[in-house]
Design a protein around this ligand. Structure first.
Ligand SMILES: CC(=O)SCCNC(=O)CCNC(=O)[C@H](O)C(C)(C)COP(=O)(O)OP(=O)(O)OC[C@H]1O[C@@H](n2cnc3c(N)ncnc32)[C@H](O)[C@@H]1OP(=O)(O)O
Length: 503
């Protein structure tokens, strides 16, 4: 163990095995864990908890920053350790248990979880299990590749288990900016005034007496798995980039755009990658997750600075970037997710927010989470924090899913995460609908003309024209509004019989 990793020497006595640390967690406890979109998650103790539960069954409420690495939620689900889980997940095994009703999942705006904890609406938190790069001389916990909710968990939990991960570079120290908002209702303004504002400390200060155990690990984060860009993701990126060009021509933006937020996944990655080839320069990001494309943009010099709450990279990028993190350190900051996603800061900076929808409807309501209105996919994540408060709230999706059996543009979404009031721009591979300052009837025409796949356009137009006859500010044929989803369930496709004949 290098002395630089635990610099408060009396704490060396608290090093134990993962199994010993896992034995501290008791049935019914509320446990916080580090981890945000695979980055910086606790890796050894949760697996030891699952092993223990095989012999000594127990259940907990598990609260994290966001999703964890590839094994943690899976093994905890298989060992039936999870009674309740919040605020986000993306694991197929856990997803199935949530949809069977076995795990109670609380799908929460990512900026809000620690507010609930701080105010006593959630908790008290019994243990926080936090991955750290180091513990400083004055008992500062230095996070690794994410901050997520770790800072407030460490401060608010009764006891701490720290995983010192020797596999994470020691040079991560200095990357983080830990700021905890003051008490409500007399809270001071959060002093982030630009993407590169540094307003806090580089570690999380805790009372050493709270550290119950330290476990030493040496394991990389699970890598992100990104598909290669395809024709649809490239088309979405190019529609969006042309739109930004028009905004510049109209004088509403300049070539540095406004600070960018981009969600996880292939489309967001493709859009950011597309910015590298455009005329844009001096870009800044104020986002949650920093993906591969962030580092490509930093390398080309197009991106000046990136603020996030986690760095989630593919295996090849992780090796290159974390092997040379000092090269990027003065152009990066990792913040607690309540600051990266804070409504006050998002509104102040005038963020351009780009997130992915599962489906949207003719009026611009967006479903990001539930297939057929019932089956949870991942959760709302930070998309709502950004959509409500952004300068430009953009949602992207492919126009078709499941080989064309599903249209991503429907008469009425089967679940609403982002209401029409929070959505400015919709983009599919077909085109882009600019909904700003449009009334519902105008929004419907713009969406049907620009976003719907040609195989569903006539069917959707037919629905809208019949809705118009019935009237209303937001016309619908209520008895048919969810008929596309029902048809998919019963016949396997959203296409009606006339459309099936046509296609
Ligand atoms: C931690 C964070 O907060 S990151 C910041 C933003 N967070 C969010 O936006 C959270 C919510 N968003 C998400 O979870 C994702 O972006 C999703 C699920 C909406 C889209 O995921 P992506 O992987 O980008 O899109 P993709 O098009 O590959 O779709 C994922 C799956 O949903 C399926 N799908 C897509 N649209 C539909 C639809 N309308 N109906 C049914 N299934 C659909 C796809 O077929 C695919 O299925 P598969 O995994 O079996 O192949």
């Amino acid at each position: 163990m290098p002395a630089s990793r635990i610099r408060l020497f009396p704490l060396l006595d608290r090093i134990v095995s993962a199994d010993q640390a896992a034995s501290l967690v008791e049935d019914g406890m509320v446990v916080g864990m580090s981890g945000f979109t695979r980055a910086g998650d606790a890796k050894a103790v949760p697996l030891a908890m699952a092993r223990r539960a095989q012999l000594d069954p127990f259940k907990i409420t598990l609260v994290t920053g966001a999703s964890l690495g590839k094994d943690v939620d899976r093994v905890l689900t298989e060992a039936h350790v999870l009674a309740r889980r919040m605020p986000f997940q993306s694991d197929p095994t856990l997803r199935a248990a949530i949809n069977r009703g076995e795990v109670m999942f609380i799908d929460q705006h990512l900026s809000e979880t620690v507010e609930h904890l701080r105010s006593g609406q959630l908790g008290p938190m019994d243990y926080a299990i936090i991955e750290a790069a180091a513990i400083t001389e004055d008992c500062g916990i230095v996070p690794t590749t994410s901050v997520g909710n770790s800072a407030s968990f460490a401060i608010l939990a009764k006891k701490l288990i720290i995983e010192i991960n020797l596999g994470q570079p020691a040079e991560l120290e200095g990357l983080h900016d830990i700021y905890i908002p003051t008490k409500r209702p007399t809270r001071e303004p959060i002093p982030v005034v630009s993407c590169d504002s540094r307003i806090g400390l580089s570690s999380v200060q805790v009372d050493p007496a709270k550290i119950a155990a330290i476990v030493v690990t040496r394991q990389s984060d699970s890598p992100a798995v990104l598909d290669a860009p395809d024709a649809e993701t490239n088309a979405i990126a190019s529609h969006l980039i042309r739109f930004f060009g028009r905004e510049v021509a109209e004088g509403r933006l300049d070539l540095s755009l406004n600070p960018l937020q981009a969600g996880i996944g292939n489309i967001a990655n493709a859009v950011l990658a597309g910015l590298a080839d455009g005329p844009f320069h001096s870009l800044r990001m104020y986002s949650e997750v920093l993906q591969d494309s962030t580092f490509d943009l930093l390398d080309t010099g197009k991106l000046l600075f990136a603020s996030g709450s986690s760095i989630t990279l593919s295996a090849a990028y992780a090796e290159r970037i974390f092997g040379d993190i000092n090269r990027y350190k003065d152009r990066l900051v990792l913040r607690p997710q309540e600051i990266s996603n804070h409504p006050e800061v998002i509104r102040r900076l005038g963020i351009i927010a780009i997130n992915t929808a599962l489906e949207f409807d003719i009026y611009g309501n967006v479903n990001s989470t539930h297939v057929n209105g019932t089956q949870m996919v991942n959760g709302i994540g930070g998309s709502g924090d950004f959509a409500r408060n952004a300068y430009l709230s953009i949602f992207v999706t492919k126009s078709l899913a499941k080989g064309g059996a599903i249209s991503s543009v429907v008469p009425m979404v089967s679940h609403v995460d982002h209401t029409e009031h929070d959505v400015d721009i919709l983009v599919t591979d077909v085109g882009l609908a600019d909904l700003r300052e449009l009334a519902p009837r105008e929004r419907a025409r713009a969406i049907i003309a620009n976003c719907v796949h040609r195989s569903y356009r006539a069917q959707l137009n037919n629905y809208f024209e019949r809705a118009l006859v019935l009237g209303g500010h937001t016309p619908h044929v209520l008895g048919e509004a969810l008929s596309w989803h029902l048809r998919r369930q019963t016949t396997g496709t959203m296409m009606d019989s006339a459309n099936l004949e046509e296609n």
